[in-house]
Design a protein around this ligand. Sequence first.
Ligand code: ADP
Ligand code: NI
Length: 217
Amino acid sequence: MNKIEIIKHAEQYVQRIHQNDTTGHDIEHIMRVRHHALDIASNEDVDTFVVELASLLHDTVDKKLFKDPNQAWHQLNQWMNDMQLSDEIQTEVTHILKYISFNGGNNHGKLNSLAGKIVQDADRIDAIGAIGIARTFQYSGHFKEPMHISGQSPRNLSELNQDQYHNEPNTAINHFYEKLLLLKDGMNTQRGLQLAEERHQFMEQFLEQFYKEWNIQ
Ligand code: ADP
Ligand code: NI
């Protein structure tokens, strides 16, 4: 199978996986991440096939989204074998999918491929700005978290392990401080940083307005 055919198959594969998503990880998120990743990749010396493929597959094995992540990995490995992807490409895609996630800062420094860093920047662009805000409230609603609790401070990430970060009760507003506002300064690429600036500013404005409207007497 040639690369164009593999990408077409990947589109169909992820369409099936994300079609009923209401956590902010719907198929439109995946398509936007692909778009941003290819934009960033156009400034870099990188294999755009790996960038595109990993963008499409990046949320197919996420622990937050699937009840049985081992089963999700099994299904993905099966799919990559069906596509007859080389061992080299399978190893690179697997590495990217394993370490792309923010994971409460627990994956910091673990992603060591340029293609992976590009996909990570693209995923983070879609986690901030107006879309990032909308996705966060959708995620919180889906997992039955409150949007905000007066006086509840964000948690200190350096004191949390991976399980506490993901499983302890939280609020949508705290997620801004625990992740979204930290993303801009952690961008891997110049183009990623450039795309992040306006979106970051918009989130700061949003929070200011949110508190103004929340704190009425
Ligand atoms: P990552 O794996 O890096 O977290 P994803 O592509 O899975 O990236 O998208 C994560 C998005 O899901 C966040 O940017 C946010 O919108 C939403 N999200 C994840 N965890 C929470 C949470 N605890 N509260 C609210 N939104 C969340
Ligand atoms: Ni994503």
